[in-house]
Design a protein around this ligand. Structure first.
Ligand SMILES: [Zn+2]
Length: 394
């Protein structure tokens, strides 16, 4: 696809975005958060004549919401991208975009300031062409996707039900695959209770760490069982892993308490209830075999898997459109990581995930393919305009 001039500005926007530290403060204590980047983006959009507002999601945490309206009624499209990044620790120059061999290196270049810059560039060019645009395009540049997705949740809770979206695109990096599915996850915490006692008095003590050991063995069996079932054609199987474990006080005492945090990745048809039930069954089994076994568990957080029907007319049209622009590279696909598309889908918005190629998500060297950022901007722009020009059926 020949890169047309106006879309090149996506790269300049990307450079400006990565220069602003937006490390998620829920992940990294003291992280910069989205305040500065959100203010920069809102000011930039306003300067370009696009109405943009800051949404205060939590103290010092902001979304930017911008709307471009066409001259005629038509479909409403949502472009979603997150402003926050993971940690920059250990990186050489995380905030200085370095362009080398067609790649742009920086923290967030791929995840996901590249996709976000593409959406912003598309929005700018659409705003200069509103006489050809029907309906409206809404940009939601959101906070906190890397932790609890407070940003997209807040955006959805504020958006009026009287103005439904006909299509949403989350521009997370998918290597130019049009993603119709990804896994969900659940975070669980188990506490085992023992009986503190002097190490020389086994008749008094109950070892809470060994109780957790029994649970870990059962979790291991469960994980093997899950992974031996290839239960989803795109996503494979669910899985689980231990994340954090704490317990014990000193060498010579029976530990009275042990806490395990673990993560369960889920596939479509597995819900928070599935995960809670499988853990309850493990705890009940251990209790039955050992009356002194005592444990409690809680679900700390869960996010649904995402899956949409590829036959949906608008989703299918986006796929065919992107494929026609980059026939060698675009295909249907799925990703393993979680995205805000799951929340949009739960809110009944037909959504897809589509973004540039690159590498190094969450690692010390992250880059995005520069030409993909430009292509994504062009695809989004042209898709929205093409949709505007279609006869409206609703
Ligand atoms: Zn991301």
């Amino acid at each position: 696809m020949p890169s047309s001039q106006p879309f090149n500005q996506a790269l300049e926007i990307l450079s400006n975005l990565v220069r602003i530290n937006s490390v998620n403060p829920s992940l990294v204590p003291g992280g910069a958060g989205e305040s500065e980047i959100a203010q920069f983006l809102a000011a930039f959009l306003k300067q370009q004549g696009i109405p943009a507002e800051l949404q205060s999601v939590a103290p010092d945490r902001f979304n930017v919401v911008a709307i471009v309206r066409g001259v005629k009624p038509g479909p409403r499209v949502l472009l979603n991208g997150h402003l926050d990044t993971v940690s920059v620790e250990g990186m050489n120059s995380p905030l200085e975009p370095i362009q080398r061999e067609g790649k742009i290196y920086a923290r967030g270049a791929q995840d996901m300031k590249g996709g976000l810059a593409a959406a912003i560039a598309a929005l700018l060019i659409l705003s200069q062409n509103v006489q050809r645009l029907s309906g409206e395009v809404v940009l939601a540049a959101v906070a906190d996707e890397e932790d609890q997705s407070l940003g997209t949740q807040f955006f959805l809770s504020e958006w009026p039900a009287t103005a439904p979206f006909q299509f949403a695109l989350v521009l997370e990096p998918t290597d130019l695959k049009v993603c119709s599915a990804h896994k969900g996850f659940a975070w669980l915490e188990i506490t085992t209770h023992g009986m503190a006692a002097h190490g020389s008095r086994p008749w008094d003590g109950v070892d809470a760490i060994r109780s957790m050991g029994a649970i870990l063995q059962e979790l291991e069996l469960l994980d093997r069982r899950l992974q031996s079932q290839l239960s989803h054609p795109l996503l494979g199987s669910g899985s689980l892993h231990a994340s954090i474990i704490q317990g014990g006080r000193e060498w010579s005492s029976y530990p009275d308490r042990c806490v395990l945090k673990y993560e369960r990745r889920t596939i479509p048809k597995e819900s928070a209830m599935t995960v809670e039930e499988e853990l309850s069954a493990i705890l009940a089994k251990l209790k039955e075999s050992n009356p002194r076994f005592k444990a409690e568990a809680r679900l700390v957080c869960s996010r649904s898997p995402f899956e949409v029907n590829r036959e949906h007319p608008t989703l299918c049209r986006f796929y065919e459109f992107a494929k026609s622009k980059l026939p060698e590279l675009v295909d249907w696909g799925a990703v393993s990581f979680w995205t805000d598309a799951a929340l949009l889908s739960e809110a009944q918005i037909p959504a897809l995930v589509f973004g540039p190629r690159g590498a190094g998500l969450h690692s010390l060297e992250e880059y995005v393919i520069a030409s993909d950022v430009i292509s994504c901007a062009e695809i989004v722009h042209d898709f929205v305009l093409a949709g505007s020009e279609q006869p409206q059926t609703h």
